[in-house]
Design a protein around this ligand. Structure first.
Ligand SMILES: [Zn+2]
Length: 473
């Protein structure tokens, strides 16, 4: 190629680059316009929050709902409810707290002495029929207070169907936006019924039953982690008290302690399904419970509850109840004494977390492979940026240890990122410290859409899982 031709090519290139810049600016300007409706959409929570409830319309909306969604009317005939409580009526002067077995997730139903109801969380999407059926079995038609502790699917997944199927008094949710389908369908159900969401935060006193003190004691501030944004409720009935913690972790626990609020409770819902990121020794000492409940599903992929927390509870002499072992668990308080529907879980110091032995053939097939592996491969995963900008590089660091706490080297690590429209997989191996570092560029991921990262570690025929997530800004 001769000189002149080169110059020409160079000129064309320059022109092309120049027009490309121009074009990008133009597209940017356009994008500025098109993202505007998206902003409005993402602020639906805020607009719902400011809306005043129009109760006369509620009935209309509700019947419209019923006719448009034919599946809602058939729910009660299909539900699989475990008849745990023989009596449906609330005896005079008794408070009942039901820790509903929703598998891996959380849901607590509280029924006051005069029959007022409060529902905290409603399990994952696949458990909504169970929750709706359970409430119907209790002959409940109205939920006076409905609380969605935080936007995680294992807590708010069933809220939409609860809102669709029952009269709802007041709804509390923390000020956290989430772009998941689950969250959006909860907002839609709220909108359809013209309900107003009250922001869940520390310092609120909930108006529920006369003589029963219900206080929201967290979140005390805005946290980066959604779990720490969990609404935490402390309930006192006479001499008895209950603490419902959502998935609040150590940061929120510390803030609850330093706020000086009364944490002492007879019954503690163990934070974050018994994950070691919650239930710090300090917090447990302050709460000083007689009973603790862990809401977990059999053989879940998270390794919940952790041996560390089970040991901590056992060392303190706390009686532990678990949905994966005891099914639905119901506490009854007469204001002086508390009785429990089930026998407590037996503490076992072995690595299987006290779960059934691996050779038990009645265990659900899905969980079998994972159950016996959890004790031998333990993963901790960390993400260095939970709110990365477009095109940023994010690094996930995974550490793998065995049952004795020694690092596991040469383990295969797979990270699957679930973007809005695609799944991207990264692979690596752990080094001699048991550490694998997986850096990746997020490209042009959709803003505000939380990308879940599923981590699988395999070594010597054993495998274990962990999760990370990030939300591009
Ligand atoms: Zn959870």
């Amino acid at each position: 190629m001769n000189q002149a031709c080169n110059v020409k090519v160079d000129l064309i290139e320059r022109f092309a680059r120049f027009s490309l810049i121009f074009l990008s600016i133009f597209i940017f300007a356009l994008a500025g316009c098109t993202t505007a409706p998206q902003d409005i959409k993402s602020s639906t929570g805020a607009s719902i929050e400011n809306r005043t409830p129009s109760s006369p319309d509620e009935q209309n909306v509700q019947s419209k709902e019923g006719s448009s969604k034919s599946d809602t009317s058939t729910i009660d005939t299909k539900v699989d409810v475990k008849p745990v409580v023989p009596e449906n009526k609330q005896p005079e002067g008794e408070l009942k707290v039901h820790f509903i077995d929703v598998g891996q997730g959380a849901s607590q139903l509280i029924i006051g002495p005069t029959g007022k109801t409060m529902l905290i969380d409603a399990g994952d999407n696949n458990m909504e029929k169970t929750v709706v059926g359970y409430l119907q079995y209790q002959k409940i038609s109205k939920i006076d207070i409905l609380i969605g502790t935080h936007p995680d699917a294992d807590h708010i997944g069933g809220l939409d169907k609860v809102i669709d199927n029952f009269d709802i008094g007041k709804i509390y949710m923390p000020k956290v936006q989430s772009n998941t389908k689950t969250f959006e369908s909860v907002l839609l159900s709220i909108q359809n019924k013209n309900l107003k969401v009250t922001t869940a935060k520390a310092g609120l006193t909930l108006d529920w039953e006369p003589g029963i003190d219900v206080k929201m004691i967290a979140p005390g501030k805005t946290y980066n982690d959604d779990n720490d944004m969990s609404a935490v409720v402390h309930l006192t009935f006479g001499q008895t008290s209950f603490l419902f913690t959502g998935d609040a972790e150590v940061k929120s626990e510390q803030d609850m302690i330093s706020s000086g609020v009364d944490l002492k409770s007879d019954v503690l819902l163990v934070g974050h399904h018994g994950s070691k990121s919650s239930t710090s020794q300090k917090f447990l000492d302050k709460v000083n419970p007689t009973y603790a409940v862990i809401q977990v599903g059999k053989g879940n992929n998270y390794g919940h509850p952790t041996q560390e927390i089970l040991k901590r509870l056992n060392d303190k002499g706390v009686k532990v109840y678990r949905n994966d072992e005891q099914g639905n668990i119901i506490f009854t308080s007469n204001g002086n004494d508390i009785t429990v529907s089930n026998n407590p879980s037996k503490y076992s110091a072995d690595v299987n977390n006290g779960q059934s032995p691996p050779n038990e053939d009645v265990a659900p097939a899905v969980s079998q492979s994972n159950k016996d592996d959890l004790g031998t491969l333990s993963i901790s995963a960390n993400i260095d940026n939970k709110a990365p900008a477009q095109n940023a590089t994010v690094t996930v660091t995974i550490k793998v240890i065995d049952g004795k706490g020694n690092p596991v080297s040469n383990a295969n690590v797979t990270l699957k990122l679930h973007y809005k429209s695609t799944v991207t997989t990264y692979e690596g191996k752990t080094n001699s410290d048991g550490v694998s570092t997986l850096p990746f560029k997020i490209g042009r991921a959709s803003k505000g859409f939380t990308v879940d990262g599923d981590i699988t570690v395999t070594f010597g025929g054993k495998s274990s899982n962990a999760k990370v997530s990030f939300t591009p800004q």
